[in-house]
Design a protein around this ligand. Structure first.
Ligand code: S3P
Length: 752
């Protein structure tokens, strides 16, 4: 195991690793493999391990005492403390006694409150040179023999700097982990210990305890013979190093006990449900856990990232698309389910009485955020499995107070529609979201809901989090919306379900009417009279079977792809063509696109069609104002079509585009300009002059629709287009890359 040195990569002169267990030895191997220092020095209490580390080339030099090298060490060197948690104090005391302050010290202990407090006690103040760290990587195997240089690649490392931690020291340690291929995030010390107590320490305690319980049985050898995969998966971590876990249990006592108490209370509920044959509670627990385990890990990771951004951390990995220029666009495609209808089917199914079965559900992160929020309020939802769900409706008044704020990720629809439901409950609740959602205007719903008597608070600027107080006494409203917004309309209609008598919402222009259509299906009295929607509240909804058509907003990217690519022919199956959603078809047709609805039929209350698109040259147009609300989500794609048309395409009266997942006027105008297209932005729209699309790197600003629009632009680009921050494509169209490749785009996905 010897690696050649190259001077360019050198980050430190010497890395001194104290403790050559699995983590310490893996750090040594990673540093040597990547040539990150001139010398890796190891120190280990057990001399046989130390000798073997030297002999096998894990380290370059073995020392038995820090004093052997301490006088040589300076600001170019790094000490990594990799001993079990409770040995940290004695090792750090040695460091304090022997080392100059310029030497950076970091560690890998799993309990950060303990190491930070210990450092303060050892030094008498918070030493700036100590950078508290914790790689979230490891294995149930222990010791140097299990070490691997790639142990940290694609793993997370949490650093918990204090206000006194030196910026230079912090930067050095961060760079080291990043060179190992890890993602570094920053976190508050106590938050770290609380999170790790629940996600790592608690499972270890449960696994150790379960195996110990079974191992105490007289027949344990016999029963272990019958242990199946489930037992093995669940108890793998009970094979971990006992000393390490004893130390962690003692050092993080308070947080672990809190987690254990929580878990014991929940286990008790489960025990009683089994004992009393309470099938509903069992389904509630199992479906909630299954959903969280299968789909929501990323959303939860995002949440940690948001909370840990205070030091400008990059956090979890973003992705970048690299799309090769050219390609073709021929295929027959099935696009995933409609996002707006999926959200509504979940909410109405939850509020209905009886069962609601759903097919064609979009399993994207936005709709899964709604699903999780409903589960958090006690709704039993089976699935999703292959787009199918069964919701056990709890009725208008059956939601339960969630244990924590509802986290809605990137999804404005979840937040605004759920707020309409939650202002009428008998519990307080808080709604929060990711960085983008936290900058989206909520006064548009808070103002009318307050007029109905709701007690709802936003931040001073009208942004999330939204805090809602328990309230069962809402009054009717006759609201004239100042902006055309289906989310605002739906939020008010949902609140009106809880108010006896008729409420109404008047729209300045027609917006998507899925709420009205689906409420009618669920038995609600709702009518549209000219531009006014009138709803009679106070009656229960009844569970239904809902078939969700494919999402025209996702289909729009492929419609544009075919419309701009010579020789293309595309058939998109089963697309929802509700008249309030087909602005994109109307606009593209006005530009000269060859689009035909081959078959139109009804799926429940929604019209659906197979849509065929063939290439035909496009011309620029002035987009009629009455199409703006009908194509509100499709403008990123339409602007790409405009860039490929002859002449100018002008859009005005579309200031709403500035309040979507990103400021879409700015994002598209910056990106297209960078690709060589002439764009003239305005406050409420923009003009795109058709021309030759060049290559380059554009930023989607984390907006799914911007990312997909620029991917499609590559079909007509002269060289490669890279698109930054594409992770959120999964909010609405998780299979976008797969389907893009199927039609003929050449997309490579890379971590950023
Ligand atoms: C949506 C309505 C639209 C749209 C959003 C989904 C809905 O928002 O942009 O993607 O499902 O009601 P606005 O109502 O804010 O225009």
């Amino acid at each position: 195991m010897s690696y050649e040195l190259s001077v360019e990569n050198v980050l430190f002169k010497r890395i001194v690793i104290i403790g050559l267990g699995l983590i310490g030895a893996s750090i040594a191997l990673a540093a040597k493999k990547r040539k990150l220092c001139k010398e890796v020095i190891g120190l280990n209490r057990q001399s046989s391990t130390l000798m073997s580390a030297k002999e096998t080339g894990v380290i370059d030099r073995a020392i038995e005492n820090l004093s052997e090298i301490s006088s040589d060490l300076n600001g170019n060197d790094l000490i990594l403390i990799c001993v079990p948690t409770l040995e940290f104090e004695s090792v750090l005391s040695e460091c304090r006694r022997l080392l100059r302050d310029c030497v950076t010290i970091t560690d890998v202990c799993s309990v950060k409150g303990y190491t930070v407090e210990t450092a303060k006690a050892v030094y008498g103040f918070e030493p700036f040179q100590y950078v508290p760290g914790h790689p979230i990587a490891g294995s149930e195997k222990s010791g140097m023999v299990a070490a691997a240089p790639e142990l940290f690649a694609n793993h997370l490392v949490i650093l918990t700097p204090t206000l006194k931690t030196g910026q230079k020291n912090l930067q050095h340690v961060k760079s080291l982990w990043e060179k190992f291929g890890a993602s570094v995030c920053f976190m508050d010390t106590s938050r770290h210990d609380e999170i790790l107590a629940s996600t790592s320490h608690l499972p270890h305690m449960l696994a150790y305890s379960l195996v110990a319980t079974l191992a105490s049985r007289a027949d344990y050898q016999d029963i272990f013979r019958f242990a199946a995969g489930g037992f093995r998966d669940f108890t793998r971590i009970a094979a971990s190093d006992p000393t390490m876990w004893r130390d962690i249990a003692l050092a993080n006592r308070r947080a672990i006990v809190k987690s254990l108490d929580c878990s014991l209370a929940d286990l008790h509920i489960l025990r009683n449900a089994i004992d009393s044959s309470d099938s509903n509670t069992l389904m509630e627990v199992f479906t909630k856990a299954q959903g969280a385990r299968r789909y929501l890990s990323r959303i939860n990771l995002d949440r940690i990232e948001n909370e840990s951004n205070s030091h400008d951390a990059k956090g979890f990995e973003e992705i970048k698309y690299r799309v090769k220029p050219g390609g073709h666009c021929c295929a027959e495609l099935r696009i995933p389910g409609d996002k707006s209808i999926s959200h509504r089917s979940l909410m109405f199914g939850a509020l209905a009485e009886g069962l609601t079965s759903i097919s064609g559900f979009l399993e994207g992160e936005d709709t899964l955020a709604t699903l999780q929020a409903l589960r958090d309020m006690g709704v039993v939802i089976e699935g999703p499995s292959d787009g199918r769900l069964i919701i056990h409706g709890v009725g208008l008044y059956g939601l339960k107070k969630p244990k924590k704020p509802l986290y809605l990720g990137n999804s404005g629809t979840s937040m605004r529609l759920l707020a309409g439901i939650l202002v009428c409950q008998n519990f307080d609740v808080e709604l929060e979201g990711d960085v983008s959602l936290s900058k989206r205007p909520m006064n548009r719903i808070a103002i009318p809901l307050r007029r109905m008597g709701a007690i709802i608070e936003t931040s001073e600027d009208g942004f999330p989090p939204i805090k809602i107080r328990s309230n069962r006494k809402l009054k009717k409203i006759a609201y004239e919306m100042p902006i055309a917004s289906a989310q605002v309309k739906s939020s008010i209609l949902l609140a009106s379900l809880y108010v006896d008598g008729e409420s109404s919402v008047a729209e300045p222009a027609p917006t998507r009417d899925h709420t009205e259509r689906m409420l009618k299906e669920f038995g609600c009295d709702v009518r549209t009279i000219n531009s006014k929607i009138v709803i009679r509240g106070g009656t229960p909804l009844l569970g239904k079977s809902v078939e969700i058509p494919s999402d025209i907003s996702s289909a729009a990217f492929f419609m544009v792809a075919a419309a701009i690519t010579p020789g293309s022919s595309l058939l998109l199956k089963n697309i929802g063509v509700n008249p309030t959603r087909i602005g994109v078809v109307n606009i593209l047709k006005m530009m000269g696109a060859d689009i035909q609805f081959l078959q139109t039929f009804n799926q429940g209350k929604e019209p659906v069609a197979d849509i065929q698109i063939k290439y035909r040259p496009l011309v620029g147009i002035d987009i009629p104002k009455d199409q703006v609300a009908l194509a509100i989500d499709e403008f990123p794609a339409i602007f790409v079509a405009a860039a490929c048309a002859s002449g100018a395409t002008r859009l005005s009266d579309a200031a709403e585009l500035r309040f979507k997942e990103s400021d879409r006027i700015k994002a598209m105008s910056d990106g297209l300009t960078l690709l060589g297209i002439e764009v003239i932005p305005a406050v409420d729209g923009l003009t795109v002059v058709g021309g030759a699309i060049g290559g380059g790197e554009v930023d989607s600003l984390g907006d799914h629709r911007i990312a997909m629009a620029f991917s499609v632009a590559a079909l007509r680009a002269t060289s490669e287009i890279s698109i930054l921050n594409c992770k959120n494509v999964a909010t609405s169209f998780p299979t976008f890359v797969q389907l893009s490749r199927q039609v003929g785009l050449d997309v490579v996905v890379e971590t950023q």
